[in-house]
Design a protein around this ligand. Sequence first.
Ligand code: FMN
Length: 243
Amino acid sequence: DEININVGCPSDRVQSGQFGACLMSSPELVARCVQRMRAACEIPITIKTRIGIDDDDNYEFLRNFIAVNIDAGCTTYIVHARKAILSGLSPKENRSVPPLNYPRVYRLKKEFPELRIILNGGVTSVDDCHEHLQHVDGVMIGRQAYHQPWFLTELEREFGGGGDTRSLTREGAIRKMLPYIERELAGGAELKHVTRHLLGLFAGQPGARAWRRYLSEHAHLAGAGVEVLEQALERLPCPPGSQ
Ligand SMILES: Cc1cc2nc3c(=O)[nH]c(=O)nc-3n(C[C@H](O)[C@H](O)[C@H](O)COP(=O)(O)O)c2cc1C
């Protein structure tokens, strides 16, 4: 476990509360937060940050932010390898418009080898991970895990991660989730709240579109239950167990 301070979010709402990426320009304030939080709890305090903001888009700016926070005792940094543009772009645009600059993150690790540097941004394949891991300590995956949840299984198979997924199939993963989904539905959740995270499970596989469409058209209907998932599985072109 850890507590992570978000110094990466560019949204207006967050800025108006003086947190998120705008805090990159107040490294001493973040450092004071780190110190107070470290004093108040036992688990590590980490920081997620960008590589710069607006015109402060250079290595020295990032380096100074990190150096001040090292002094406060923060040793783990998750660095989204894009600057944040604090006005004129939506949070979504801020995840794709500013260009990725991986070398700036690598340089940080080179200068501060004792830190744990986790690179984030635009990582979509196992090969990408291997490439970055030659330079940094870890990789954080955002959208790829959401758009293609099976990617997490590929990562686990490649890097290990506690679970034995060798014989797991996509269909098997869904079946394993059914008791959980039934419990959630019994507790008042709606099926669509679960299935929206499963829409991309078959991405790149035969039947991906039929799966997505069936869930999109049926999971939101009143009273929808786990049978919707069973029916969606039946629409896949391959026989059960082969996915
Ligand atoms: C829908 C969505 C919500 C996000 N919310 C947060 C958040 O609350 N805090 C945060 O630090 N990053 C948040 N992010 C940003 C991700 O953590 C990550 O930095 C960003 O998506 C870039 O990584 P990726 O290219 O692997 O997706 C969010 C991203 C998405 C797509």
